[in-house]
Design a protein around this ligand. Structure first.
Ligand code: ZN
Length: 345
């Protein structure tokens, strides 16, 4: 397999002292990729900035203007969580552009698959506003680009960040051309993602939310991917899979209380890679969303690259969760319920 990564030092320039969404996240990932020898096996692709037309394909003109205004003043906050500084506009345009470039590379067969190591993240940014550390919705911009530029009709977005991707859901809520599937701790930030939120109008049935209690571990997540995501994806038959890859569901993450391990993340990525091979000729692009415990983030991203490269062995230097795992039987019952909601039984 040829696997690309997209990265730029410009992503480090967007920062605020003491904020968990920090440049150190990317530094930790790159260090781990180097130390494990994985980076040497990847194809580096230079990201290019998104155009204003890309941004306005999913966001309002007013939203882009507000980002520009704030950055022109040297930075400021959209809300207490969501900062900008003088480099944020450039970094955010490049983050969205990296995803667009990654989609192009995979669609034209330049590489088999790709992972965009970007900041700021994107999945909380709605059509009209920045929030939850996110300025532009990178994955949504990439999905819209795939529909417009590559004339696709069906794109699947899988979001395993521990928070619900309210922005991505919002942008494609009434569309059948993008199926949005999210696993997330619930109730938790940002408060959306109830299983009853299934889309509307033509998009009805094309939003699949799997809100989770705390403590669901590897076996529970894997069961959901095997028994719910896989049949839904096989029925939808996407032409491209995009993944909002958040690593804050790891057991050591300070921002949430799920129980995934590095090995568990590797196994989920392997499932997604196999799914892409079965339904869309292997076309899959990952993009970095959250993940705030630096070693867990770094090793889990390395595990994801192992899956993208097709490696059999995926090491887990951090090991099993010390916390009690949520009962698998309860996950099974819950998946049965969601299968009913989405007409899979
Ligand atoms: Zn998150």
């Amino acid at each position: 397999m040829t696997t690309a990564y997209l990265y730029s030092p410009l992503f480090l320039e967007h920062q605020e002292y003491g904020h968990p969404e920090s440049p150190e996240r990317l530094n930790a990932i790159l260090r781990a990729l180097d130390e494990t020898g994985v980076r040497a096996r990847l194809v580096p692709i230079e990201p290019t900035p998104a155009t204003e037309a890309h941004i306005e394909s999913v966001h309002t003109r007013e939203h882009l203007a507000r980002v520009k205004q704030l950055v022109a003043r040297g930075g400021g906050h959209f809300d207490p969580d969501t900062y900008t500084n003088e480099s944020t506009l450039d970094a955010a345009l490049l983050a969205a552009g990296a995803l667009v470039r990654a989609v192009d590379a995979v669609m034209i067969g330049e590489v088999d698959n790709a992972f965009a190591l970007v900041r700021p993240p994107g999945h909380h940014a709605t059509r009209t506003r920045a929030m939850g550390f996110c300025i532009f919705n990178n994955v949504a911009i990439a999905a819209q680009h795939a529909l417009d530029a590559h004339r696709l009709e069906r794109v699947l977005i899988v979001d395993y960040d521990v928070h619900h991707g309210n922005g991505t859901q919002d942008i494609f809520y009434d569309s059948a051309r993008v199926l949005y599937f999210s696993t997330h701790q619930y109730p938790h930030y940002p408060g959306t993602g109830d299983w009853r939120e299934i889309g509307k109008g033509e998009g009805s049935g094309y939003t699949v939310n799997v809100p989770l209690p705390t403590g669901v571990g590897d076996r529970g997540f894997q069961y959901i991917f095997d028994e719910l995501l896989t049949p839904i994806a096989e029925r939808y038959c996407p032409q491209l899979i995009l993944v909002s890859a958040g690593y804050d569901a790891h057991w050591s993450d300070p921002l949430a209380m799920e129980n995934l391990t590095v090995a568990g993340y590797g196994a989920l990525a392997r499932t997604l890679v196999a799914l892409a091979r079965d339904v869309c000729a292997g076309r899959i692009v990952f993009t970095l969303e959250g993940g705030y415990h630096l070693p867990a983030l770094a090793h889990s991203v390395v595990a994801t690259f192992h899956a993208l490269l097709g490696d059999d062995d995926i090491p887990d230097p951090l090991g099993a969760s010390p916390h009690q795992e949520y009962a698998l039987e309860a996950v099974r019952r819950y998946v049965e319920h969601l299968k009913g909601v989405h007409n899979l039984v």
